[in-house]
Each structure stands twice: as C-alpha cells, then as structure tokens.
Write a new protein. Sequence first.
Length: 317
Amino acid sequence: MLVRAVFRAVTLPDAPAPYNHLLCKVCYPAAFHNSESERNTGLLPIVERDIPYPIVIFFNGVNVEKSGYQWLAEQLAAVGYVVVLFDHIAELFGVPTLTAGIDIAAVQAGHYGTRPTSTTLAALLKALRVWNAQAPFNGKLDTETIVLGGHSGGGTLALHNANPRWFAGVRGAFTYAAHTMASTMLGYPAGTILPVAPESAYLLMGGTADGVIAASSGRYGTTDAQDPIRRTFDEAIAGGRGDCYYVVLRDAGHFACVHPEDSTTGRQFLEGQAANHIDYRAVLAALVSAFLRQICSGGEDLTSLQQETSIAAFYCK
C-alpha cells in the first residue's frame, strides 16, 4: 500500500499567540494514477473504497516531535486508517514546551471530569470535518469513528479525553507509557488514580524497564515504577466487554515507541545507559492494528498476540 501525507495547519482560537497553531501531518493510503496533476503537485488522492476510513489522532509525549511516531502512522495508514500527527508549542508551567496540549486547570482536584483536559482535540476534530470535503480525502474520512493514541504525557491526554460524551465518535484510546495517576501538585492525595470514560475501549502498553516513570514517582507519592499503569488498568478502566487491555513489553524502556529517538529532547537521560534499544515496532504495530480492527470494525480480540516473545504480561477485561 502506498502511503502519503499532507501538511495542514490548525488555529487554536482560545490560545494566545504565538502558541495558537498546530502543525499537522496527516498520513493516508494513497492511489497514484500517473496524472499530470499528480506528477506536478505530488498530491495523490486517497484510495477509493466502499467504506470511509476511521481516524486516529495521536498525542505526542512532552518534547517528543511528531516525527518520532511517523513509523506507526505509516503502518496504520497502510492497513486502512488515516492518522493525524501534530506538533504544538505552548507554555507548560511557564516554560515553552512541545506538548500535545493540556488544560492544567481541568486536571486539578475538583475540576477533573467536568470538561476535556485537551486544549487541541476539539480544534482538530473541527478541522478534520473541513478537510474531509477537500482533496485528497474527498469525503472518505469517517469522522464518526475516531480513536485517540498517545505516548507518555500525550497518552495520559488520550486516556482523559477518550470520552464520547465530550467528543462524538470517539471509540477509545491506545497508549504507551501512560497512566492517569495524578500529581500531588494538583491537589490530589498521593497515589490517586483518575477515572476514564467507561463507554470506551482501551489498550495500555508499557515496558518493564521504564526508567522515566520510575524516576517520576515522586510526583505521585508512590515508588513502584509499574504501579501507575497497572493501577490505571485495574482501577480507572471499567472493562467487562473484552475490549480493554494492558500489555507489558519485556525490557522495554519509556521511549520504545519512538523511532528514531532524539537524545536532545525529552527525558531519555533518566534511563541512562540501561535503556534498551531493541526494536519493538513490529509488536507495537501489531497490537495497535488489532485493537483498531476490534473496536472500529468488529475484528477479533487481541488474545492471539499474547504469545509474542517480547510480551512479558498480557491482561484483558
């Protein structure tokens, strides 16, 4: 399958300049008909098919550029999804930061659950409806079937906002190295796990060698490196339908889902020389693809993948 991408800009109406824009890259399955227009512009139409394409919106980790997740976007586009990656700079605790966009006030104790914690998702969904009427998509996007993805802090945003009561059409979220344990700085008691929408499906993935979560435990008043993700699965997610999963990758670090890694940004230094650089992309892509098939088109569950050699633990509920 030929995969192409287009760039689009999105304005955030409620954000102050210069932090009021998103730079998006939208990957999709493309068809090349060798027309003069295609040869001159490089803009190829989406592959025609009888059913529209589900949409994946991916939230990057803090100070991790969207290019680090392009490998996954390409693989998902190749099997029939349209994937939105984006970069956004905003002030986070007063520091200009590459972030997926978080409303800190909406996460604080007493406010969480009353409104979205994402400052970017509403604008992205509005933009997708506009783009759907334009080339190269030409009405082929399924704006009523949306899945959120995310890594690290971006994964936490995906979990917070996979709520169809706030965003119609959102079916669920998949994440790597993400949880909903709340910082004590936001007014929560130590170890508090924030709930997520019970209507949605979830795939939580993590690694046994995540040094960043381990080094961040002081934020939450806990010392167990794996505790936040497992507790999120156990306590925040209702389950009961067989479409919620927690998968642990053996010896995988915090940035196992990023390729190529950029050692100049993010917090890779917290894992030091112990970080494992095994290529986990094949198993991650297989897990995510299977999860999307299950929740978007009624495919089989993920249990056939639990014997993969790089999987240390597999839970479903």
